[in-house]
Design a protein around this ligand. Structure first.
Ligand code: A3P
Length: 318
């Protein structure tokens, strides 16, 4: 039995940010998170994973929902129609949901009350539901590895998706705009300085990349998924040990096309005060021509400076 460990972090208040409310800077990794994260930091750090769990750890706007749809389909190949009626948030355990309050309730409160009448909400709805789940779990989080249970890779399989930082940033801007008006200059500035919610793109990528040789970690790239989804599904099939046939993988690919996911609201998360579709263009190079020239140059310089620090051979260096 593992003993409880205190997460080795300190906090610095960071003021308000858009619809997320009060934020804190979590040190030493300098990850910016809603202040309510503090109540869940130790629970997440000590979360008990099981051999058959699949974790999906990504930086937001990298293709997480797409990959969650894929992994869920691969592990539920005989019951794909459930995805058309049951919300993503009730099929997948999005643990950050307990401290990022922009998500709609998906019956978590009632479900927890039924399963465990004495459970306290302040211990986390999704975290407790995940702990109570008897079947195979798909656990999704945008927290970087340094804020996850340090043993997670030795306990279960973890999938991560990365996306070009400029497209990632533009996707973030469009997404934030759907909660109300988000100023482009402000979004770019807070993204580049790591003061947007979920912190620094580079810190997240770096924490994942330095673990890339671990046999229980599988890193995918959004651009590869867009270029040849079948080839990515085949690799995932081997990594997850799902043993799906070529025909079954084709069904997974069809089930999770951009258009199919966009047409079925239960295949995307739903949010409070959010206007429009979760999906935007779903394209590689979506940021092209979207920033004024001086902002564009600033983003390019930021990528050039930081990508080499991850690894001189890192995907997005040039
Ligand atoms: P855009 O904003 O560029 O359209 P995340 O799930 O990590 O928040 O990432 C969201 C991005 O993934 C959005 O990008 C969204 O449209 C894109 N996406 C979601 N499902 C997709 C799919 N099936 N195919 C391609 N892109 C998808």
């Amino acid at each position: 039995m593992t003993t409880h460990r205190e997460i080795p972090v300190t906090y610095e208040d960071q003021g308000n940010y858009l619809h997320y409310g009060k934020l804190v800077l979590v040190k030493p990794g300098n990850t910016t998170l809603p202040i309510s994260y503090k109540s869940f930091a130790n629970i997440i750090y000590n979360f008990k994973y099981r051999r058959d769990d699949i974790c999906l750890f990504t930086f937001p706007k990298s293709g997480t929902v797409w990959t969650a749809g894929i992994i869920w389909a691969m592990t539920h190949i005989g019951e794909l129609e459930r995805a058309m009626t049951e919300s993503l948030n009730s099929r997948v355990f999005y643990v950050d949901n307990d401290f990022v309050h922009s998500f709609k309730e998906h019956g978590h409160r009632e479900k927890l009350k039924n399963l465990c009448p004495d459970a306290k909400e302040e211990d986390g709805l999704v975290l407790q539901l995940a702990a109570l789940e008897k079947g195979r779990r798909l656990i999704w989080s945008h927290l970087p590895f340094d804020l996850q249970n340090p043993d997670v890779l030795d306990e279960c399989k973890v999938v991560s998706v990365m996306r070009h930082p400029k497209d990632n940033l533009f996707s973030r801007y469009v997404f934030n705009n759907k909660f109300g008006s988000a100023d482009l200059q402000f979004i770019v500035e807070t993204f580049l300085t790591g003061r947007a919610v979920h912190g620094s793109y580079w810190h997240h990528v770096n924490e994942t990349w330095k673990r890339r040789d671990h046999p229980n970690l599988h890193i995918m790239f959004y651009e590869d998924m867009k270029a040849d989804i079948m080839s990515e599904l085949k690799k995932l099939n081997v990594f997850l040990g799902t043993n799906l046939t070529e025909d079954q993988l084709k069904r997974v690919a069809e089930h999770t096309t951009f258009n199919n996911m966009k047409e079925h609201p239960t295949m995307a998360p739903s949010f409070v005060s959010f206007k429009g579709s979760f999906f935007h263009t779903g394209q590689v190079g979506s940021s092209k021509g979207q920033f004024p020239p001086e902002l564009d140059a600033q983003v390019d310089a930021w990528i050039k400076e930081n990508a080499v620090k991850v690894d001189p051979a890192f995907r997005y260096v040039s």
